[in-house]
Design a protein around this ligand. Structure first.
Ligand SMILES: Nc1ncnc2c1ncn2[C@@H]1O[C@H](COP(=O)(O)OP(=O)(O)O)[C@@H](O)[C@H]1O
Ligand SMILES: [Mg+2]
Length: 361
């Protein structure tokens, strides 16, 4: 069980000096546009690996005209309290995020932290998840995988690096064939692993969504699947490698790699009939919430991971179906929630004791 007990910001985004404590269960942040609600969620999310919920360049986290930011928080992990400090350091002009756990930034401390903390995230852009670009849907799926496997980003990064390396080689004057073969077989191995994990994740979600039908009268029956060149085929490494080799000329001419998991799309078939891109934004939100509920169920019951929910601008489009899903999440799991919206009234349907925060700038 992980809970964020309190937080302090110094020169972080629009905050000069901000300090608050949190409820173990339900925190609702409200206030006008631009008051810093998303910034607070971002500050919370930075305790995990990576660049936070906005995937922002670290330099933008520092309050304008200042040199550095400092985020302090107290975390409760399995009933023990830890203090966390997050700030940046520059190395050869590059900014790097530093995290200290009880004053210590050793690998062991950071591994412990990464293994303990997991987030499930809703962002307002997700109301158009099925109308946005395939890359946004891939990232959405990858974030879900990351919520249960904190080393997944290493695989993705290795894969991306290998693609860049292959590109460079293809563009070079004297192609080193051995090197190219080596890289392509690496790409196949890594790519197959990504396909495997993504398919596994989608299967888990399809099963969870199906099981939840018992306690929910969801409006939609949803099936998720991957769509790309390898769709409907049992991809094996031989076929993958052959396709890669055959696309060398094309890839050299156009730059990039034509096939692989970086080209996949994730599609969602509704009621066995149509693609979720035809749904309204509020209805797409329903599907995203269903997916997050399913993933939470999986994390809590099968992985013994208690994620923290960061739901930004969740207040809009909360019709009775979306409210029902949100309430079910809040009531079903003993985990910590952070919800934001412009107005306190948007959350009047929440019956659980919630702590409300009026954020003013
Ligand atoms: N590095 C920064 N320094 C100072 N202000 C910033 C910085 N980054 C963002 N802001 C300000 O933060 C505000 C946006 O905060 P945000 O959390 O997105 O608001 P909201 O409450 O609508 O979610 C904007 O006014 C923006 O100018
Ligand atoms: Mg916002």
């Amino acid at each position: 069980m992980v809970k964020i007990k309190n937080i302090e910001f110094y020169n972080f985004r629009n905050f000069k000096n901000f300090k608050t404590s949190f409820d173990d269960k339900l925190n609702i942040l409200f206030g006008n546009n631009g008051c810093g609600k998303t910034n607070i969620l971002e500050g919370i999310s930075l305790v995990a690996k990576g660049k936070g919920i906005r995937n922002a360049n670290i330099i933008n986290l520092i309050k304008k005209q200042e040199d550095n930011f400092l985020i302090k928080k107290n975390l409760e992990i399995q009933k023990n309290e830890f203090n966390i400090e997050i700030f940046t350091e520059t190395n050869k002009e590059k900014f790097k995020k530093i995290i200290k756990l009880n004053g210590d930034s050793s690998k062991d401390s950071l591994n412990f932290l990464n293994q303990s903390v997991s987030f499930l995230i809703f962002l307002p852009e997700m109301e158009r998840l099925f109308q946005s670009s395939p890359s946004y849907r891939r990232n959405f799926l990858d974030r879900l995988i990351f919520s249960s496997r904190n080393d997944y980003n290493i695989l993705i990064n290795k894969y991306k690096k290998s693609l860049i390396e292959r590109n460079k080689l293809l563009q070079s004057y004297n192609i080193d064939d051995d090197w190219l073969n080596r890289i392509e077989s690496d790409i196949c191995l890594l790519g197959l692993e990504i396909y495997k994990l993504r398919n596994l994740q989608l299967n888990i979600l399809n099963i969870e969504l199906n099981n939840m039908k018992k306690d929910h009268n969801f409006q939609f029956d949803v099936k998720l699947k991957i769509k790309d060149d390898f769709e409907n085929t049992e991809i094996n490494s031989e076929e993958y490698l052959t396709k890669l080799i055959n696309s060398r000329a094309y890839d050299k001419q156009f730059g990039g790699t034509k096939i692989g998991p970086h080209k996949s799309d994730i599609i969602s078939i509704v009621n066995n009939e149509f693609d979720a891109s035809l749904l309204s934004t509020g209805q797409q939100k329903t599907i995203v919430l269903m997916i997050l509920l399913g993933q939470c169920n999986h994390l809590v019951n099968h992985k013994k991971i208690n994620p923290i929910f960061l739901f930004d601008e969740i207040g809009s489009h909360l019709d009775k179906y979306n409210r029902q899903i949100l309430l079910d999440m809040i009531n079903r799991f003993d985990i910590q929630f952070f919800l934001t919206g412009t107005d306190k009234n948007l959350f009047s349907f929440v019956s659980t004791n919630a702590k409300f925060y009026n954020i003013t700038d």
